[in-house]
Design a protein around this ligand. Structure first.
Ligand SMILES: Nc1ncnc2c1ncn2[C@@H]1O[C@H](COP(=O)(O)OP(=O)(O)OP(=O)(O)O)[C@@H](O)[C@H]1O
Length: 392
């Protein structure tokens, strides 16, 4: 919902404001580039203006909602509003609010949220809010019985006045927040296509790290649907990252899984994780990535007890980022729905279970190393060199 004639998207960011001016300028530049690419990818007309603190998209009134949605999908953006721009003259702002009220107010409670960034203006935000409230009231009182509710209004009229321009809007669409993609170093994302790993990869992207997706082909224990699920979730993630190539490295792991199933019982799942991590490390060296991200959460599975995570993590020198470590499943499912990966992640992948009847929850490194194939980690390194790039 937007004021009549709105042709601008007002963008707010959050964590960029914790940076020095130099870093903030650099990050705002990245945010703008990413948003420009997203608009182009979605064929939405619009020019992004790189404005200190408040980047703007100038677009057509017909495209303003689509441009707002694109901004709200851009990492670093906290919220975006389709807005009408007017001069900072108070009379003009009130007129724009009256036009907006005529178009959109249809009874119920309302409030005005007025902000002013330039202290040299001849009015302050309280004056403006009060006069705006009166103007809106008088516009609609003949037809409705308007009521002001500052705590939980049905409709909020937003006004933001900056040094040279004012914005009038009705909606603040939430963005992902975080930092612009590309502002941190890349990491290898181990993506199985289950519910968790795409969400974990997204969380790292949200903090600015591009991801290099890696899928371990589990041979007979995985299968075409298992791989298809992983690929589709990466394809969905790539829609948030139009400036990055998100082809998937498919690492061959079928023979190793067969070997682990034949030779190991209890610790098999842990050695398989060790294989994943070492393969991801080798791949990271190859592509110049600086860490590994997985969808593991403390205690969610036997391989994810705190002790087991401690033991398996020893297979790599790289940091393993686990953004979901402290998250409940309910949160992760909600997040998967929000970013759009849930449906594909829950597709029946028909894979064979590698999990043994008796699982290890309390592993120790030494006995695990004695039980697993001596060449497990060399196999992982070799598998990484054989990884193929696949278009998701
Ligand atoms: N075949 C695979 N290829 C790449 N990474 C994998 C694979 N299987 C598991 N992983 C990684 O190991 C983590 C823990 O494995 P787990 O067995 O819990 O995965 P899952 O339940 O199949 O999928 P998810 O964790 O995505 O819900 C995953 O979150 C993912 O990062």
């Amino acid at each position: 919902m937007h004021p009549p004639g709105a042709d601008t998207v007002l963008i707010r960011h959050g964590d960029l404001n914790t940076k020095s001016n130099t870093v903030k300028r650099y990050m705002e530049g990245l945010l703008v580039e990413n948003l420009e690419a997203l608009l182009a990818e979605r064929s939405i007309p619009g020019e992004v203006e790189r404005r200190w603190n408040r980047p703007l998209v100038h677009t057509d009134p017909e495209a303003v909602e689509a441009a707002t949605a694109a901004a709200a999908d851009t990492f670093g953006v906290v919220s975006a509003s389709p807005a009408l721009t007017v001069s900072t003259e108070k009379a003009r702002i009130l007129e724009a609010l009256e036009e907006t009220a005529r178009e959109h107010y249809d009874g119920g409670t309302f409030a005005v949220d007025a902000r002013r960034s330039d202290k040299s203006l001849p009015y302050d935000s309280e004056d403006l809010a009060r006069e705006a409230g009166t103007a809106i009231w008088e516009t609609v009182e003949d037809e409705f019985e308007p009521e002001v509710d500052l705590d939980d209004p049905d409709l909020t009229f937003g006004v933001e006045v900056r040094e040279d321009i004012a914005f009038v809007y009705l909606e603040q669409v939430d963005g992902p927040g975080g930092l612009p993609l590309g502002s941190q170093e890349p990491v290898v994302a181990l993506v199985s296509g289950g519910i968790d790993s795409p969400v974990a990869a997204y969380e790292m992207m949200k903090r600015g790290s591009p991801v290099v997706p890696a899928y371990v082909d589990l041979g007979d224990y995985g299968g075409i649907d298992h791989e298809a699920r992983a690929m589709e979730t990466v394809r969905l993630l790539s829609e948030y990252a139009p400036t990055f190539d998100m082809q998937v490295y498919r690492i061959p792991g079928g023979e190793t899984v067969d070997l682990l199933v034949d030779e190991m019982e209890q610790g098999r799942m842990l050695s398989l994780r060790r294989f994943f991590y070492r393969a991801a490390e080798s791949l990271a060296e190859r592509v110049d990535a600086n860490g590994i991200v997985t969808g593991e959460a403390a205690g969610q599975k036997s391989s994810q007890t705190i002790r087991n995570l401690g033991v398996t993590s020893r297979a790599t020198r790289l940091p393993i980022h686990r953004p979901l470590l402290s998250r409940d499943k309910q949160y992760i499912v909600a997040q998967a729905r929000e970013i759009g990966t849930y449906t594909d992640s829950t597709m029946n992948a028909g894979c064979n279970r590698v999990t043994p009847d008796q699982v290890e929850t309390n592993a120790r490194l030494k006995p695990l190393l004695e039980a697993e194939p001596d060449d497990l980690l060399e196999r992982a390194e070799e598998a990484a060199t054989q990884a193929e790039l696949v278009e998701p």
